[in-house]
Design a protein around this ligand. Structure first.
Ligand code: GLP
Length: 240
């Protein structure tokens, strides 16, 4: 695991955008595994800026997202489909037909999980962007998710619901269920890029980096990936 500590959120975002941008410049048809969350916003803003300045094109890339809330449709302003459209897809030349997310409004989640797993089998990720939950989750794989799990519906931990409630009007509005890519598929990406910013991630960062590889901290599995880069701002790295 390569750990890079930078001064602040802006530097973290700039470096992440540079790494993702390099992946696309090396292979204009790359498949990007994408993440949502406040941590990734700055990196998306910079990728959009690179596009506007004519320094990159996303025309031929494919994107596969990690997760989605169950019960929120793509028009809901807290759905991850909406996040991706607002913060990246609609602001660049990404072809919407090449973008894939789990469907939080599926009529059969069994079928939706099968569909997503089949899709993951056909679209190997050149790079997978990841955020980090304050409880050590990656995507919505909460503590004690088996390392060999695939796409499935999960119940969110109380701490995750609380963390994410800042984006909803009331905590009762945060969905309790989500559909998430599993850890097995996250680990199959050629390269992993995890970002963490702020003091509330410091404990999870410490366990991820210094702790034993254990299902109690899903992110600790990154220690076993052959090409995992972690970019931390000073506060997130403060307990290392
Ligand atoms: C959320 C998402 C993750 C995200 C993480 C951190 O619950 N499911 O994919 O990476 O938690 O979110 P944030 O960047 O907003 O702190």
């Amino acid at each position: 695991m390569k750990i890079i500590t930078v001064e602040n959120y802006d530097e973290m975002s700039a470096l992440a955008a540079q790494i993702i941008g390099d992946t696309v410049r090396d292979n204009p048809c790359a498949t990007l595994g994408l993440a949502t969350g406040s941590t990734s916003l700055g990196a998306y803003a910079r990728l959009c800026q690179m596009y506007l300045q004519g320094r990159i094109s996303f025309k031929k890339i494919k994107t596969v997202n990690l997760d989605e809330y169950v019960g929120l449709d793509s028009k809901h302003n807290q759905s991850y489909a909406y996040f991706m459209l607002q913060n990246f897809f609609s602001r660049t030349d990404v072809e919407l037909s090449n973008t894939f997310l789990p469907n939080g409004m599926a009529t059969s989640f069994e079928e939706e999980c099968d569909r997503y797993n089949d899709l993951l089998d056909t679209l190997p990720r050149d790079i997978q962007l990841l955020g980090l939950g304050s409880d050590g989750h990656i995507a919505f794989n909460e503590p004690y998710s088996p390392f060999d799990c695939r796409t499935r519906v999960v119940r969110l931990e109380e701490s995750t619901i609380k963390d994410n409630s800042r984006l909803f009007s009331r905590i009762e509005d945060v969905p309790q269920l989500a559909i998430t890519m599993g850890i097995e598929d996250i680990m199959k990406a050629k390269k992993l890029l995890l970002l963490a910013s702020g003091a509330n991630k410091a404990q999870a960062v410490k366990v991820m980096v210094r702790g034993k590889v254990s299902e109690s901290c899903p992110a600790s599995i990154l220690q076993r990936h052959s090409d995992a880069t972690v970019i931390l701002d000073k506060q997130a790295a403060s307990l290392l």
